[in-house]
Design a protein around this ligand. Structure first.
Ligand code: ZN
Length: 758
């Protein structure tokens, strides 16, 4: 069973591809029954049907290849609720030989183009911090100007800048740059924003007025003053070119007055008053912390430092709670309006994305953190944000929702990912809540091709499947409704069907275990717990779960640790959890709270494969003696005559061993007789380029020599198999200074505990 096949064709990875037969067996499985689902995964040959789906009258499930069809009397039985439905009249001509595409076994994932008037083109509202040093201002403006050349020109754009006050720019005003100013010290109510901008006119558009082609101009002049098609406002280039640093004087020893929170509120109100219910994104370029007005994360005096983990833990972060509450309220408005916040932040210090996180996380927005707007992490990521596919459409779904239906024996506990619960009560909703729970539908206002949601399920039947001769089948259906960037409304439907093991047959269950999906599900769950529980408790929970799992699924003689054997389905899982325990997602004290928020936000939305790279980075070795190959994330892999390529998802690093460094410094690679050395130097660089090519956000790229300061990034990630605590260590390997248990010690401990007789 290759779980990646299901991922390629459906975007689904299950922790258990064969399900426990009943509730008791599930509880003994230890690892949650769940899946990682990538709603808008790019699937080769994906079919978009030009008609509406056929819906089950009982459960809202959609006709799919697992339905049993009686072509004679034109009936289908729903594999989710088992009820029988008649086909609609338009299907009267179907036969076994001529059936509609949605019944074809090859289309377990399929799209429908819904019969609804098109939405307007996507809206991009630029929200620009102007409290920046001259050079940062220049870098940021350069990137924004560059982006105006690649944003599809029917997109609607708008501009708001902020410092001590908020300026909403009138783009339709051709003569000179004109802006409406709002106070920065206090939030302006939405009605007042509408009034001041003249949006509260009798002809204010209602939803549905946009039943027009995306290229048609907007009729309401008040709206087009602030948000207009990029093609129609060439003056936007000039306005951005002429943007100046905020004029409010900054006294020495103080921070500039930066009203990020209030400005975000104005931006939210502008979109709420104009494009409520249509895909719109606020792109917030932030160069420092909010110091002024609602949402303030640090005071104006430089002597006051922005909160660190210690202050947060001991409750000594005076602005944290109030600011977080403020941004949560904004997040709720964004979610309801179908809108998104994307953060592009650049500063050496923290800027308060921890407090603002809900505005991204609950809407599906992206976040990019770096030190300067000149860094490729910002520049390249920002350009990739507007990446288009072969159809020249932006690679994003907007204003979406995801709904799940499943067989009666399965209930859904919740989702961990960039979504918000829609509080939809349904029969398949479990009382056990995980993450965004108590619902079978979630709002997700921005969906990228890699956006991945973690679903957690409950097997609820107490009884065993009735007929023991035919294996029981459970069906799951994911229905994602979204606004395609072309303006079309689309529905993506993925249906999967999983078999159940016989009761109490853990050998059967083991066959279907996907250790990578299981790790990703457990990782999101542990991060979710770590937000509210002590790290010690989270680590203990992880350890206990791992011991129970190995004890249940390993083969061994009781009390004999050396006899333990794990089948290939489980063999790497302990190692994954070892790395998860040490990762920056749980051990936060080497990162700032902003960085932790960012790392966790990305873990909480990435694909299974990317999550595994984040948890257990990949390490490749290049040398003269062997062809490039993956090596253990272990200090024994660091050798003088070897080049290493490390990928942690956030950082891609090339590490030259001492000998390689000395050859390179001697310039051997420039001499014709050492051409092979020149080639060796190129290999890892080319592979690094391949990794970086498709990654979002663009990773930090480092080339470093053994023993140099930057080599610490590698040392921090590798397993300390040879530490200062060991008495002996290999002469060719590197010593790692750390107090963490080495992996072998960890695994030995696990063996001992797992084989203990109960
Ligand atoms: Zn049904």
């Amino acid at each position: 069973m290759d779980p990646t096949l299901n991922e390629t064709s459906n975007g689904v990875r299950n922790s258990w591809n064969i399900l426990p037969a009943n509730r008791i067996d599930q509880s003994r499985c230890v690892i949650p029954v769940g899946c990682l689902y990538t709603p808008l995964k790019e699937i080769p040959g994906l079919l978009t049907l030009p008609y509406e789906p056929v819906v089950c009258k009982t459960c809202r499930g959609i006709l799919n290849p697992f339905a049993r069809v009686d072509y004679r009397i034109k009936q289908w039985s729903c594999p989710l609720c088992m009820d029988v439905n008649m086909f609609p009249p338009s299907y009267s001509g179907i036969t076994e030989a001529q059936h509609p595409a949605e019944l074809h076994t090859g289309f377990t994932t399929i799209e429908y183009k819904l019969n609804k008037p098109n939405a307007p083109a996507p809206v991009f509202l630029l929200l620009v911090d102007t409290c920046l040093p001259e050079d940062e201002m220049r870098f940021m403006k350069d990137s924004i100007l560059q982006s105006l050349n690649i944003i599809p020109e029917n997109s609607l754009v708008g501009l708001i800048t902020y410092g001590a006050t908020v300026q909403v720019f009138e783009l339709g005003f051709k003569e000179c740059s004109k802006a409406y100013v709002f106070r920065g010290d206090k939030e302006t109510p939405v009605e007042q924003v509408q009034e001041q901008l003249g949006l509260k006119m009798p002809s204010q558009p209602q939803q549905g007025q946009f039943g027009r082609l995306p290229n048609q101009p907007i009729i309401n002049p008040a709206i087009s003053k602030f948000l207009c098609p990029l093609a129609d406002c060439p003056q936007l280039m000039d306005i951005i070119e002429e943007l100046q640093t905020d004029p409010w004087p900054v006294k020495s020893g103080r921070r500039p007055r930066r009203c990020t929170g209030v400005a975000l509120s104005v931006a939210t109100s502008l979109l709420e008053s104009t494009f409520k219910g249509y895909g719109s994104r606020i792109l917030n370029f932030i160069g420092g912390p909010c110091t002024f007005g609602d949402g303030e994360v640090v005071g104006l005096e430089l002597i006051e430092q922005i909160r660190l983990h210690n202050e947060l833990r001991s409750g000594k972060a005076p602005h944290f709670k109030k600011a977080t509450e403020f941004y949560k309220k904004i997040a709720q408005r964004l979610v309801q309006n179908g809108h998104v916040l994307d953060i592009f932040a650049a500063n050496l210090d923290q800027i308060g994305v921890l407090e603002m996180k809900s505005c991204c996380e609950n809407t599906g927005g992206t976040m990019v953190l770096t030190d300067t707007f000149d860094n490729p992490i910002f520049k390249e990521s920002y350009m990739r944000f507007f990446e288009t596919g072969s159809d020249e459409q932006l690679k994003m779904g907007l204003n979406g929702s995801v709904e799940i239906q499943c067989s009666n024996e399965i209930k859904v506990c919740g989702v961990l990912g960039p979504v918000t619960s829609m509080n939809r009560k349904a029969n398949n909703v479990s009382e056990n809540i995980i993450g965004e729970g108590s619902t079978n539908a979630w709002k997700i206002n921005a969906i990228h091709p890699s956006t991945t949601l973690a679903f957690y399920f409950d097997v609820v039947n107490q009884q065993n499947p009735t007929n023991m001769n035919t294996p029981a089948i459970r069906c799951f259906q994911f229905v994602t409704a979204y606004q395609h960037p072309s303006g079309e409304y689309r529905l993506r439907v993925t249906t999967q069907s999983l078999g159940c093991a016989q009761p109490n047959r853990f050998d059967e269950l083991a066959q279907g275990f996907d250790q990578e999906a299981a790790t990703a599900l457990v990782a999101r769950l542990s991060v979710f717990k770590a937000e509210t529980e002590y790290l010690f408790d989270v680590l203990r929970w992880l350890d206990k779960s791992l011991i129970k799992l190995v004890s249940k699924f390993g083969t061994y003689t009781p009390n004999n640790p050396d006899s333990l054997i794990l089948s290939p389905q489980f063999s790497v899982f302990p190692q994954f959890l070892y790395h998860l325990r040490r990762s920056q997602f749980l051990r936060v004290f080497n990162s700032s709270p902003d960085e932790t928020a960012w790392f966790r936000l990305l873990l909480n939305r990435e694909t299974t494969t990317n999550s595994i790279t984040m948890i257990q980075p990949t390490l490749y070795s290049y040398s003269f003696t062997e062809s490039p190959h993956p090596v253990e994330l272990d200090s024994n892999s660091v050798r003088p005559d070897v080049i290493l390529l490390l990928d942690t998802f956030f950082t891609v690093l090339i590490h030259y061993g001492e000998t390689v460094t000395s050859w390179r410094e001697a310039g051997y690679h420039h001499q014709p007789q050492y051409e092979s050395f020149a080639k060796l130097l190129e290999l890892p660089k080319n592979d690094a380029k391949l990794i970086i090519k498709d990654r979002f956000p663009y990773p930090r790229y480092i080339e470093c020599d053994q023993g140099s300061g930057q080599a610490r990034f590698l040392m921090a990630k590798i397993n300390p198999s040879t530490t200062h605590k060991d008495q002996m260590y290999g002469q060719n390997s590197t010593v790692v200074l750390t107090d963490d248990a080495a992996m072998q010690v960890f695994l030995d401990g696990l063996r001992k505990l797992a084989v203990q007789s109960q």
